[in-house]
Design a protein around this ligand. Structure first.
Ligand SMILES: [Zn+2]
Length: 494
């Protein structure tokens, strides 16, 4: 018994000695100047906001790969490049369109907007399908028909466009000609919908380039200000037909780079497990306003990339037991597209990827903290606290759960597949002016950052990765989490 106590005590001293040693090494080696130099490059005016599809966005990707190379970060096993090409469809919305049902004629913009489209003339029998959800469509013959539905699923708190995508796929697969959803303004006014649906749009594109002109499906929203149209379509007689014409829609397939790096772990067994470090490299580019028109994105997400590179430099020299992968993903600002592409086409198998530690920030307003979005959702909460405390910071949970930040950044692309993930971000405790004056603003410049704080934050981040990388216990979702079932399926757990 006594022997055991001595052994436990000896082990504790050993482990806390190890912990102190790694903290000391992090303190000695992580350089504020290096961190700063990444940010001054990534968020420079010359990179013009790193918008997806621009040369400057590719230069940012090259910079990351170049740093990986110089630090001794490897390419992913089996890969012959640091780059993964993400295939995107860049669509310019229709310039003209008409929609006619009986006596009623609807005009583009005023009454009608397109989520996706395709040039041509379309006609068919009209079928009204309620919300058009899976259960509504069951048993219906949609072949050759123009399908009319209500937007969303009836829950006013849910976003509508994911349902539009889902319904559009179902209608297209069932041989339907077009989808038209009736939109009743509530939380969002029509002019905002018009703004959001017009201009350029991006989506993942799995088809081949020769078919790009053919790609797209007519999927429209129709303004139904006071519900009159709903009653009209509900009581439309069977066999009624409609016509739709669309012109000026342009599709272009583009490839944009994700950057992937890899550091092999030191433990012969645990190295088969991979901790993913992710952050998006793109931002929103330049706008047409007068004065400063460059949206530098120093915070969003220059901090995430600088942090990733700082961690890459350190971890290449001091790898933990588990292997580390890096994903600098693209097109986050277009709808998390780069990380979603990676999750659909993983370079390192997802079942080997046991954790994703993401960084994505709109800004910070408390330099005594780190904010972990998803703090209590996985089994390593204590390690975040330990990592923060070692550098005189406090790790806190997301203070604004109602904003649902967890599902709005790249970590969710992993979570949705079952990989436990969090976003480990610079400290914020509320949404105040300190955040909004920089969030998606041209003022988000590298000279406005607190580098003493960011160095501490980055050290805590590196320590958190090291602790998770060496963790002797099971790493998984907190019981009951909404992504736990996906995790069980991914890893084949009971
Ligand atoms: Zn961001």
């Amino acid at each position: 018994m006594k022997k055991n106590i001595l052994l436990v005590a000896a082990l504790l001293i050993f482990y806390s000695g190890q912990a102190q040693k790694i903290v000391k090494t992090i303190n000695a080696e992580v350089s504020q100047q290096e961190l700063k130099s990444h940010l001054y490059f990534i968020a420079s005016d010359e990179l013009r906001g790193r918008n997806t599809g621009t040369v400057e966005n590719e230069i940012a990707a090259q910079y990351i790969a170049s740093r990986f190379r110089s630090y001794g970060v490897q390419m992913a096993p089996g890969a012959d490049s640091y780059f993964q090409q993400v295939s995107l469809m860049n669509a310019i919305s229709p310039q003209k369109a008409t929609f006619t049902v009986g006596e009623k004629e609807f005009a583009l913009g005023e009454d009608l907007v397109f989520y996706t489209a395709k040039n041509g003339a379309f006609s068919g029998e009209v079928i009204y399908v309620g919300y058009g959800l899976e259960e509504d469509l069951e048993g219906l013959d949609l072949e050759g028909k123009i399908v009319v539905a209500k937007t969303g699923n009836g829950n006013p708190n849910e976003r509508l466009t994911p349902y539009t995508i889902q319904k559009q796929r179902a209608v297209e697969q069932a041989g339907g000609v077009a989808l038209v959803e009736l939109f009743k303004p509530g939380r969002y006014p029509w002019r905002l919908i018009q703004y959001y649906f017009s201009g350029e749009k991006y989506s993942l594109y799995e088809g081949n380039e020769e078919e790009e002109e053919e790609a797209g499906f007519p999927s429209a929203w129709l303004l139904d200000e006071d519900g009159d149209l709903l009653s009209y379509f509900e009581s439309l007689e069977e066999g009624a037909t409609a016509e739709m014409t669309i012109g000026g829609q342009a599709n272009k397939v583009i490839k944009v780079p994700n950057v992937v790096g890899y550091i092999e772990g030191t433990d012969p067994k645990l190295k088969e497990e991979v901790i993913m470090i992710s952050a998006h490299l793109d931002h929103v580019g330049v706008s047409k306003v007068e004065g400063d028109s460059i949206w530098n994105g120093a915070r969003d997400n220059g901090i995430g990339i600088a942090n990733m590179l700082t961690a890459a430099e350190f971890l290449a020299k001091h790898p933990p037991k588990r292997s580390i992968a890096f994903l600098a993903c693209n097109a986050e600002e277009k709808g998390l597209l780069g990380s979603r592409w990676y999750a659909d086409h993983p370079v390192i198998p997802l079942e080997k990827t046991v954790y994703d530690l993401n960084t994505d920030t709109g800004g910070y307003n408390d330099v005594s903290k780190v904010t972990v979005v998803g703090f209590n959702r996985t089994s390593v909460t204590d390690l975040f606290s330990q990592a923060a405390t070692a550098f005189n910071l406090e790790a806190i949970d997301d203070p604004l759960p109602e904003e649902n930040y967890y599902d709005r950044s790249d970590n969710v692309s992993f979570a949705a597949k079952g990989v436990p993930s969090v976003s480990f971000d610079p400290g914020y405790t509320e949404m105040n002016e300190e955040i909004t004056k920089y969030y998606h603003q041209p003022a988000d410049e590298p000279q406005t950052l607190d580098y003493d704080y960011l160095t501490k934050y980055s050290k805590a981040y590196i320590y958190a990765v090291t602790l998770i990388g060496n963790h002797g216990e099971d790493i998984f979702w907190t019981e009951g989490d909404k992504y736990e079932p996906a995790g069980k399926e991914l890893y084949g757990r009971d």
